[in-house]
Ligand binder design. Structure first.
Ligand code: FE2
Length: 432
């Protein structure tokens, strides 16, 4: 995070005695990145933050990956993965009561840099959880609630990115109101997630040409104290820890003697925060602007961009939809979350869809979309894009919700999956 915050009770000088009203010392914890060489925060606990009493294996949901081979563009329908509220529950971690915001995540796509999962929650809070592999950026497709953490409470709502630093103990608490279940698109990195370096001054401030600024980043508004008296704090608290063994993603269930949210204050530049799509100011141009102008965050070997409702190109002969492009170094994952996506008209893609356009394959608009876009002054689309610089595999959920007809939608020659002989049913596109 580029700027400093302080919340609750901290001593005037770091690494000095800080005591409660009865004279007992608080326990100082430094949470820092890159081996004391990058952003950090200092937290003051009532209990010892390392006091575990048990450690057991936590069996993660299916993390298997299937290579994109033979190579094809893919269309994945995320909304097919979870039944609508009130629908009969099927097999797996879903049902009309919704899934756990953490344990119910289903792996859609992944590689060794980033994993993309999706879950539709119920009203129950998640267990206490931390991801020791990397930062998480969770896009809230719909719903609202709060994320409680050692740093305090952040509220979330539809169209928020919730950015949670690596190893932050937290839990998701969906609201029990009329915003409905929380549909969460979880981007789990093996690295840190931050604003693009080119948006930042050499001291870390967001620059004038950046499409957002510090005012748009919302950190914790209050510390989360489980009680006012340490003798009343809950004991034996379970925390699920996602971590790595070699290159494998695994889980451990740790039990803590004292509650991890016993923080009376903290300060520093490392903490969870939210950023809402409404606060992103799209950059537009006289002719088509390339995806980097839509970038919001970056991690190691991937970027996150968002395409938002905006005015489009104003050259008299401009073509507002993209040209065909071969991202020779990237797999491109577009998640369609709102409005009307001009370039994909006739492809079968709709709200809740993901398109995967892999490196080594030129892609672009469905042909009929080009003429149809001429003269357009605005696009009303909303989409969240992840470009990875290493090939993505399909997770079990990606395999489960694929539309096999999509690969052939530019040619209009097939309605099913030729490779498997599977019948895709009637064509849902009309671009031939
Ligand atoms: Fe693209």
């Amino acid at each position: 995070m580029p700027y400093y915050r302080s919340l609750g009770s901290v001593p005037p000088k770091r690494h000095t005695q800080h005591r409660d009203p009865e004279g007992r010392l608080y326990f100082e914890e430094l949470m820092g990145e890159e081996g004391f060489s990058s952003d950090s925060s200092l937290l003051y606990h009532r209990g010892v933050p390392s006091s575990i009493v048990d450690s057991q294996v936590w069996e993660l949901p299916d993390q298997s990956r299937t290579p994109n081979h033979p190579l094809k563009p893919r269309h994945l329908r995320l909304h097919a993965l979870f039944p609508e509220p009130g629908a009969p529950s099927g097999d797996g971690p879903t049902g009309d009561s919704g899934a756990c915001p953490v344990e119910g995540r289903r792996l859609v796509l992944g590689n060794n840099d980033v994993r993309i999962s999706y879950v539709v929650t119920g009203a129950d809070p998640s267990p206490y959880y931390r991801n020791a592999i990397g930062d998480e950026c969770v896009y809230v497709e719909s719903g609202s609630g709060v994320v409680e953490s050692v740093f305090g409470v952040v509220s979330y709502r539809a169209q928020d990115y919730v950015v949670i630093p690596r190893a932050t103990t937290h839990r998701w608490v969906p609201a029990q109101d009329d915003t409905g279940p929380s549909r969460l698109y979880a981007i789990e990195a093996n690295s840190h997630i931050a604003p693009p370096k080119r948006y930042l001054s050499r001291f870390g401030q967001l620059l004038e040409h950046a499409p957002y600024c510090e005012r748009d980043l919302h950190g914790p508004g209050e510390t989360f104290e489980v009680s006012t008296d340490s003798t009343e704090d809950p004991r034996d608290v379970e925390v699920l820890v996602k971590h790595r063994v070699g290159s494998q993603v695994v889980g451990t269930r740790m039990t803590y003697d004292t509650h991890p949210f016993d923080v009376v204050g903290w300060d520093g530049c490392l903490y969870p925060y939210t950023f809402n799509l409404e606060d992103y100011m799209p950059i537009t141009g006289k002719i088509h602007q390339p995806p980097p102008v839509h970038q919001v965050f970056e991690g190691h070997n991937f970027v996150i961009c968002n395409f938002l409702p905006r005015k489009v190109d104003y050259h008299p002969l401009s073509i507002p939809v993209p040209y065909y492009h071969s991202n020779v170094d990237s797999d491109e994952v577009m998640f369609y979350v709102g409005g009307d996506y001009e370039a994909r008209k006739g492809s079968g893609i709709g709200l809740g869809s993901i398109s995967v356009h892999p490196g080594g394959f030129a892609h672009g608009p469905q042909p009929s979309a080009i003429e149809a876009s001429l003269g357009a002054e605005r696009f009303e689309e909303t989409a969240v894009m992840i470009d990875t610089f290493a090939p993505l595999d399909l997770g079990e959920a990606g395999v489960a919700c694929e539309d096999p007809a999509y690969a052939w939608s530019w040619s209009g020659r097939h309605t099913g999956d030729v490779a498997t002989g599977e019948d895709g049913g009637p064509a849902v596109y009309s671009n031939s």
